[in-house]
Design a protein around this ligand. Structure first.
Ligand SMILES: NC(=O)C1=CN([C@@H]2O[C@H](COP(=O)(O)OP(=O)(O)OC[C@H]3O[C@@H](n4cnc5c(N)ncnc54)[C@H](OP(=O)(O)O)[C@@H]3O)[C@@H](O)[C@H]2O)C=CC1
Ligand SMILES: O=CC(=O)O
Length: 393
């Protein structure tokens, strides 16, 4: 395998070696800081932890102004590496559900070890990926990028060692796992089913039971992180279930995410995800109220975002979504209908365990109202629109 190693924040991947050599004067280096690998800059230690043996480096460096106003120094290193065994067979991977999240996650699995990062055909980090989606046209781009087409969840699970599922909601997750052509029908001992959808603990336990009856293993692994982390391969996995499958799937989770938590019994991953998203939905509603209240009193919303960004309640979410909210733009990363689903499930969980969550209940009502007013497919930051309605009218 060859990958481009970066220093000083300059990313030069996707450049053939001869082009790099002509751009930089050669110099030798004794170490490299990080590698542009699988869509993100990863430390060499991460590569080594994944079983990649670093064989050699070639280093190049140069200075210039890159066409911009400030001068900069850049250095790029090319790494030659191989896997620890060289001829190890990677598991075949199925992916069911190619919405906003599933498409990006499956693409990262397809691209893992791909040759645009100078990986040779012998690289063992390459996965054999089969994709399926209810609306079949969503499979086409990934098939043109190297995936196989799954005929059904059943056929996909039968063809793959480990199958991931990323569905909209509990009904979708149940249908794809346990429906007439569901994945469970294709599972058997030795296989694994990893459900990364956000569902409630009861749905997850029902799927776990059906999967385990086949002799296969089950892992729930909902993700924290939205469209961009899915694209960048920086999701946070909240896993629970069969530990051996967690171990087996870990290299794949590492391709799609930046971290993973193993939380024990099935249901704990679902609960963790619902807690996180309950807080997120309330934060977004509260932020929206703040922006609108400030605007009504004559404050500049952009200044409100700046002030919040410098204090103890700063959050990447406010900095990221705030400016477009002020413009009335809500490009969909996390659909509002899914945020409402998560609030509903969190409130139901709270009822079940006897924990009062009056704020989440009120916020759930607000999102439900926004959804019934046609905002369901907008980004969840469109919740601000529901608050623009004059309540005294
Ligand atoms: N977007 C985000 O930022 C995040 C989302 N999540 C969670 O991930 C999951 C997926 O989210 P996202 O990708 O945004 O959602 P999308 O709405 O973009 O995609 C939903 C997917 O589920 C499929 N689906 C829905 N119902 C069924 C069914 N009955 N049978 C078969 N397939 C079905 C859809 O198929 P079709 O294309 O045919 O409609 C589609 O592939 C949700 O649980 C969400 O809460 C988690 C973290 C972040
Ligand atoms: O579930 C949504 C997210 O951003 O995480």
């Amino acid at each position: 395998m060859k990958a481009v190693v970066m220093a000083k924040g300059m990313v030069m991947a996707h450049r053939p070696l001869p082009m790099l050599n002509s751009m930089f004067s050669r110099s030798s280096v004794s170490f490299a800081e990080s590698v542009f690998f699988q869509g993100c800059v990863a430390p060499l230690s991460t590569l080594r932890a994944r079983g990649v043996r670093i064989r050699s480096y070639q280093g190049c460096s140069s200075s210039g102004n890159g066409g911009g106003s400030s001068p900069w120094t850049r250095r790029a290193f090319v790494v030659s590496a191989s896997s620890s065994t060289g001829d190890e067979k990677q598991p075949s991977v199925g992916f069911l559900g190619l919405g906003i999240m599933g498409t990006a996650m499956a693409r990262n699995l397809i691209m893992a070890g791909a040759d645009h990062l100078y990986v040779t055909a012998t690289d063992t980090l390459r996965y054999d990926v089969t994709v399926w989606n209810r609306s079949t046209s969503k499979c086409d781009p990934l098939i043109s990028e190297g995936a196989k087409r799954g005929e059904s969840p059943e056929q996909t699970a039968a063809a793959c060692d480990v199958t991931f599922a990323m569905l909209a909601d509990p009904a979708g997750a149940m249908e794809v796992a346990c429906g007439p052509q569901g994945a469970v029908k294709g599972l058997s001992a030795g296989k694994g089913y990893v459900d990364v959808s956000t569902v409630d603990d009861e749905t997850s336990k029902a799927i776990a039971e059906a999967v385990r009856k086949t002799g296969a293993e089950f892992l729930e692994a909902p993700v924290s992180g939205s469209k961009k982390p899915a694209v960048d391969g920086t999701l946070i996995f909240l896993t629970a279930g069969d530990k051996p499958l967690f171990e087996r799937a870990s290299p794949m989770l590492d391709v799609m995410g930046k971290s993973k938590f193993y939380l024990g019994e099935v249901g704990n991953g679902a609960a963790m995800k619902l807690v996180v998203n309950m807080v997120m939905g309330s934060m977004m509603a509260s932020f929206s109220e703040g922006l609108l209240l400030g605007a009504k009193t004559g404050l500049d919303p952009k200044t409100i975002i700046e002030v919040i960004g410098q204090g103890a309640i700063s959050a990447p979410m406010f900095a990221m979504k705030g400016p477009s909210m002020v413009e009335g733009q809500y490009p969909t990363a996390f659909p509002l209908k899914h945020q409402q689903k998560d609030l509903r499930l969190a409130v139901e969980l709270a009822d079940k365990v006897g924990q009062p969550t009056p704020i989440a209940a009120a916020v759930n009502d607000l999102y439900a109202q926004a959804k019934s007013n046609g905002l369901g497919d907008e980004d969840f930051s469109a919740i601000i629109e529901a608050l623009k309605v004059n309540v005294n009218a």
